[in-house]
Write a protein that binds this ligand. Structure first.
Ligand SMILES: [Mg+2]
Length: 387
């Protein structure tokens, strides 16, 4: 069974929790520039038809008493981390999908709590007790259904689709609710009289593939209750990366090098925070004409120090023959390994000595940045190689 949890009006709920003057009021979290859009609307604001991604000026027009609150990403991130930590107390298989949303594979865990419903209630209660926030949970035997279920009784919802309910539920599910079905596909479906997922079964695999490509066969599988997607945990998460758009297009080597260093430190920090090692390092460059390239290198030994990431990223950068000015620089890592996997530790025992030393330097830097912010430490070695 898979559980999907989605916090209710997350940013707005956090603001209402922290400022009693905002309680039960129509509020939106949004920036205050001319072009800002609604990031999150409180349920009170939603009553006026205000939704995420709506331009702020339009939202104001819909509700005269609307209160606009500037966002506080740092606060949301730290609350998000606490929520994910709570989830991982219930199951080791947690896949965060966004700041306020995650899948949890609860197969087998229900036994500890008596039932999956009891487990979901315990999760909701714990989040309420520790963070004073409501959440909505959906549980289903397949992944995409759990997400649909969590959306069904918001806010503070709990919806369970059992194995025996699933076939009936799938048959009656409007196809437009299936993730990935866009308006173009919907038009085609209309001409074929497909309204519910159950209608898909009236067509052969051949016709569905012809009309919808890969999605056709996927839809047929879903209509038969087959969804092979699994909960992807941190451990299997694909990559960590960080990129920055330059204030203006440029090609100055030292400046770009500084940016690569900066991004490498950021990626390294996240890697270490999550107790990962990486095997592959990549850089991404976008040029003044918006074309882009990615280059990667896979190492023999997994690493997690910023120094190792920087050295590889810089080496990849040096290999480019720059013909155009650069607009964006990104550094990333992939092929992540859990740091505590014993085999890997054994594998790298002897080779990692210099890497190990850098790692302890990095950890010290990480904790100082944690305390005093990002600008406090800048490597003095910007003009020298790390080794
Ligand atoms: Mg949400």
């Amino acid at each position: 069974m898979i559980l999907h949890i989605d916090m209710d009006a997350f940013f707005a709920a956090v603001e209402q929790r922290d400022n009693p003057a905002l309680k039960n009021k129509p509020i939106i979290v949004a920036g205050n520039s001319e072009r800002s859009v609604v990031s999150t609307a409180s349920y009170e604001a939603r009553k006026f038809g205000i939704r995420s991604a709506m331009p702020v000026f339009l939202a104001k027009r819909k509700c005269a008493d609307l209160i606009i609150v500037p966002g506080n990403m740092k606060k949301y991130k730290s609350d998000s981390k606490r929520i994910m930590d709570i989830l991982s107390q219930f199951s080791p298989l947690v896949e965060p999908v966004s700041i306020d949303e995650a899948y949890v594979d609860i197969s087998g865990c229900e036994r500890l709590f008596g039932s999956s419903e009891a487990m979901a209630r315990a999760i909701k209660k714990k989040i309420m007790t520790e963070l004073s926030l409501t959440s909505s949970i959906g549980i289903a035997p397949i992944k995409f259904l759990s997400k649909i279920a969590s959306d069904m009784n918001k806010p503070d919802g709990l919806t369970i689709i059992t194995k025996s309910d699933a076939p009936h539920f799938l048959a009656a599910l409007p196809v437009k609710k299936v993730p990935g079905v866009g308006s173009a596909a919907m038009k085609q479906m209309d001409t074929m009289n497909i309204q519910y997922l159950g209608d898909i079964k009236k067509f052969s695999l051949q016709i569905l593939t012809q009309k919808f490509g890969k999605m056709g066969s996927h839809l047929l599988e879903l209509s038969n209750g087959i969804d092979m997607s699994k909960v992807e945990t941190d451990y299997t998460r694909k990559s960590i990366s960080s990129e920055t758009t330059l204030p203006k297009d440029m090609s100055d080597f030292e400046t770009i090098k500084g940016i690569i260093l900066d991004r490498s430190q950021k990626v390294g920090k996240e890697l270490r925070e999550n107790h990962f090692l990486c095997e592959t390092i990549f850089i991404k460059l976008k040029f003044s004409d918006f074309s882009q390239v990615t280059r990667s290198r896979t190492l023999n030994t997994p690493v997690c120090s910023s120094a190792a990431i920087f050295n590889e990223a810089l080496a990849l950068y040096r290999k480019f023959e720059l013909k155009k000015k650069i607009r964006l620089v990104g550094v990333g890592v992939t092929s992540l390994k859990d740091k505590n996997t014993p085999i890997q530790m054994q594998l790298i025992k002897d080779e990692r000595l210099p890497e190990k030393q850098w790692e302890s330097v990095d950890r010290a830097v990480d904790s100082i940045i944690e305390k005093f912010g990002n600008d406090i430490i800048k490597k003095a070695t910007l003009n020298e190689p790390y080794d």
